[in-house]
Ligand binder design. Sequence first.
Ligand SMILES: NC(=O)c1ccc[n+]([C@@H]2O[C@H](COP(=O)([O-])OP(=O)(O)OC[C@H]3O[C@@H](n4cnc5c(N)ncnc54)[C@H](OP(=O)(O)O)[C@@H]3O)[C@@H](O)[C@H]2O)c1
Length: 332
Amino acid sequence: MTTYTAINLSKRPTGGAITADLFSVVSKEIPSLADGDVLVKQHHMSLDPAMFGWMSPDTNSYIAPVALGDVMRSSGIGEVVASQHPDFTVGERVMGMMGWQEYYLSNGQGLNKVSAPLSDEAVLSVFALPGLTATQGLFNIGKPQTGETIIVTGAAGSVGSIVGQLAKAEGLHVIGVVGSAEKADWIVNELGFDAAINYKSDDLDKQLALHAPNGIDLYFENTGGPIQNFIFERMNAHGRIVVCGLIADYDKQVPTPGPSWLNIIKRRLTIQGFTMPDHFHEVPALLEKLTPYVLAGKIKHRTHVLNGLTAAIEGLNLFYTGENKGKLIVKL
Ligand SMILES: NC(=O)c1ccc[n+]([C@@H]2O[C@H](COP(=O)([O-])OP(=O)(O)OC[C@H]3O[C@@H](n4cnc5c(N)ncnc54)[C@H](OP(=O)(O)O)[C@@H]3O)[C@@H](O)[C@H]2O)c1
């Protein structure tokens, strides 16, 4: 084969579902290598809600948007198929920001070798962005204490499910917020959360009162949405709110107004947002923190695999509908 397929971003979303007309599927020549180049055949790529931000025109964010006409940004795992780089050998397994394409030409920068004896799916689901984000957000920002009550939104998602399991392993009372009965059942009966609340059900405040009778010390926010106000009202003094994601607002032109700041004073709350690119230099320390929990069998995960590069396009909508059951991955 001398050509391969790539997907370029050609238009920016303006709200609502992601549609094929936002992208161009193009055929490219497999490049020949210059000195210092590495060619990778990508096997699995990660889909992430962050992609909604990367497609937006917002230049005042933690990372520049994908330029129109460029390959859509994503991380993935593949195999070195040709190398003129002294540090990379044909057959090695590598990970990096390879984008929505079957082959990736690199000068080696940002390409990391993957030596762990784990499937690509397991690496992308636990040791890549989801696990790193959960570890950074929970431990370094949330500062959990045994006996405290934590609530995690997006609790059956790839980040939220790991946050809840880490918190449980640390001896916290863990409540997960999810959007379906199936996900509620999974986090409680498979992952060991203490309770689940379906944010699409009624009486959210009563359910919070039932499951968090002593209030909430730690709130790991992945979604936003109407339950946010009820949780905010139940925060305890010196509570911490870790703002990781707000997917309920990603397709809105005008974000939902947040709660009043009064409780921040009255309850002496700490609210902190974070994004992982600020912490990529801390990855070795984060992996050192996360790995023992995984080795001790405390972290279960599930993956939702789509087949073929072009499945990525409409696959992104599964994040909005909640139909992704676990880490969303495209198998090439
Ligand atoms: N700060 C960072 O560096 C960082 C890094 C990674 C991820 N994140 C953020 O963390 C969050 C979770 O990411 P993930 O990769 O683990 O995705 P995920 O949770 O596996 O998938 C997204 C989930 O969000 C839920 N959702 C969608 N629309 C919603 C709405 N309107 N209200 C409430 N829930 C809604 C759906 O679950 P239900 O079926 O339960 O509704 C969906 O399955 C995202 O907001 C993402 O942007 C941030």
